[in-house]
Design a protein around this ligand. Structure first.
Ligand code: ATP
Ligand code: MG
Length: 542
């Protein structure tokens, strides 16, 4: 994209009748560039494996044959739980090829989480890595699950993939064609605000839709080596480790780590693997910029990207000073592909999410569905009438109450609040439930958190509204201190003064509590709901 406005105006969605990501994209790359790298895998122990497009095609054909030989058919639902091992890509592509609907789950899920997912989605099968099998104890017999596939050794009823070590599929294997609107996968949302919701995507909505993510936002070409930090259970993996890069023929660089996130190791991987484009969630970015970046050769990088939560301008500045690259944000949801993005052709503005993606009409609306004026806060909404953008889901499965809240007139309402400026850039304010109403003002927690983060003593913080009889809600900050600092009344006052000086004074946190860590989802998002529950106490009268 060299001219944002022209691309945005000229864009039309393809709406084919039949579509299959495996045959239409992967097999195309396998015939055009059979020996080019498609999947570059490595792990913490230093093992590495490279798969070409031709190998990825063959392995996924083999996986498709294997799954159908077990009796799984188009439309069946399988729950998939694996660390970042190559088999995740072969088996999910095998599902896509045959129309088996896969439902990714992070390896961090507990037995209770898995049971909830198997029952909620009425699953027919499970595919799990041997390292996850302890979490399935007692689950055989759950709901309608009949097929149990293990990657690695496992006792009956688990069937082992790949059987007998065979690794290639036959040429010419045929599977029933998939229609573009056939279901392809089901994600459970991150569960940041409540129980995860089930989001179903069709072959087209994520398979075709993520061309927007891969082509325009990640800006990928077949020469790129892309790394997105995400485990296999989240939509971020579909965005950046499957459909985004592979729709563009880029090499997908996968680093399989199992323990805690280690910022120094990730920087080494970027250096060693000559990664050209890199996407990470804000929680990772905040840790990456604490490293001495001058110790790493990051000269192969052309793009740095962030999605999943807002990214603090302070982090963007630090990274830019060290590498010359502006971390470009992308806004979207499990429900969608990238909907608003800081596209490479846009003049970056630190702290803004950018402008609407080609193919999406995105507006800020009020509760009646009317667009609000420039500079005014409202709901981020995507126009779905007369035609829904291809890269957006159809609605939550088995959850009419969420659908009622999310579809308002001509709009899909995201649940997030933002402001659009006079240049058409979007500025994230907060999730609807997180916005604080204090003394007649509305304050997004992110703004206060970003101001706090600029102070040297603050490593991370989360800001919530606590009920207050006098002013509605008072702003409270939970602060994790940077190494070398200890919490004290004096430091709390210093931070309050600091925020008063860097933002409007009414935004300063009247209460500060020092904590050693913040409650987060397993994907690393701050759970402000939990902090609000913790801070519920009888309102203070002063
Ligand atoms: P749940 O819906 O279960 O509460 P979740 O909303 O966190 O969980 P996801 O679909 O993983 O589940 O995340 C999408 C949400 O992440 C968006 O609605 C938005 O709140 C936030 N988000 C994503 N990208 C950005 C961004 N660039 N800036 C700010 N917020 C973002
Ligand atoms: Mg959500």
């Amino acid at each position: 994209m060299t001219d944002y406005e022209a691309t945005y105006r000229g864009f039309r969605w393809e709406r084919p009748e039949y579509f299959n990501f495996a045959t239409d994209f992967v097999d195309r790359w396998a015939s055009e560039r059979p020996d080019a790298p498609a999947l570059q895998w490595s792990d913490e122990a230093g093992h590495a494996q490279l798969f070409t497009w031709s190998e990825v095609k063959q392995r996924s054909l083999h996986a498709a044959q294997f799954l159908t030989s077990l009796g799984l058919r188009k439309g069946d639902r399988v729950f998939v739980m694996m660390p970042r091992i190559p088999e995740w890509w072969f088996l999910t592509l095998g599902c896509i090829r045959t129309g088996i609907v896969f439902m990714p789950g992070t390896p961090m899920l507990t037995t209770k989480d898995i049971r909830y997912r198997l029952l909620a989605a009425d699953a027919n099968g499970v595919i799990a890595d041997a390292s996850c099998l302890d979490r399935f104890e007692g689950l055989v017999g759950t709901g309608r699950v009949e097929t149990w596939v293990a990657v690695g050794q496992a006792p009956s009823p688990w069937v082992v993939f790949p059987p007998g070590g065979a690794g290639t599929g036959q040429h010419g294997a045929q599977f029933e064609r998939t229609r573009a609107d056939d279901p392809m996968l089901i994600y459970f949302t991150s569960g940041t605000t409540g129980m995860p919701k089930m989001v179903q995507h069709t072959q087209a909505s994520y398979g075709l839709g993520h061309q927007i993510t891969g082509r325009y936002w990640l800006d990928l070409t077949p020469e790129d080596r892309h790394l997105t930090l995400s485990d296999t259970g989240w939509a971020k993996c579909a965005w950046g480790k499957l459909f985004g890069p592979w729709s563009q023929g880029a090499c997908n660089v996968v680093y399989d780590f199992r323990g805690r996130f280690d910022a120094a190791r990730i920087l080494r991987v970027l250096e060693r693997q000559r990664v050209t484009t890199f996407c990470a969630p804000p929680t990772a970015w905040r840790a990456l910029v604490l490293q001495d970046l001058s110790q790493y050769d990051l000269s192969s990088l052309r793009h740095a990207l962030s999605a999943g939560e807002p990214l603090n301008p302070e982090v963007i500045d630090t990274w830019k000073q060290a590498t010359g690259l502006h971390i470009r944000e992308g806004y979207g949801q499990t429900e969608s592909v990238v909907v608003v993005g800081m596209f490479p052709a846009l003049e970056p503005k630190a702290g803004s999410m950018g402008k609407p993606s080609p193919g999406f009409e995105v507006s800020i609306i009020d509760h009646e569905g009317k667009e609000v004026p420039v500079g005014q806060e409202g709901d981020i909404a995507v126009r779905v009438k007369p035609e829904k953008p291809v890269g957006l889901f159809d609605g939550y499965l088995n959850d009419e109450s969420s659908n009622l809240v999310s579809f308002r007139g001509d709009w899909y309402v995201t649940g997030d609040r933002a402001v659009k400026d006079a240049d058409g850039y979007f500025w994230f304010v907060g999730r609807r439930d997180d916005v604080i109403k204090t003394s007649g003002y509305r304050v997004g927690p992110f703004e206060v958190e970003s101001a706090l983060l600029e102070h040297a003593a603050v490593a991370e913080s989360a800001v919530v509204g606590v009920p207050d009889e006098r002013i509605g809600q008072r702003i409270k900050a939970y602060v994790v201190l940077a190494p070398g600092f200890t919490g004290s009344q004096a430091l709390a006052e210093e931070l309050q003064e600091y925020v008063k000086k860097t933002t409007a004074p009414y935004k300063y946190p009247r209460e500060i509590e020092f904590v050693t860590e913040l409650p987060k989802t397993v994907s690393g998002k701050i759970r402000r709901t939990e902090l609000r529950a913790m801070s519920q106490q009888p309102p203070k009268k002063d």
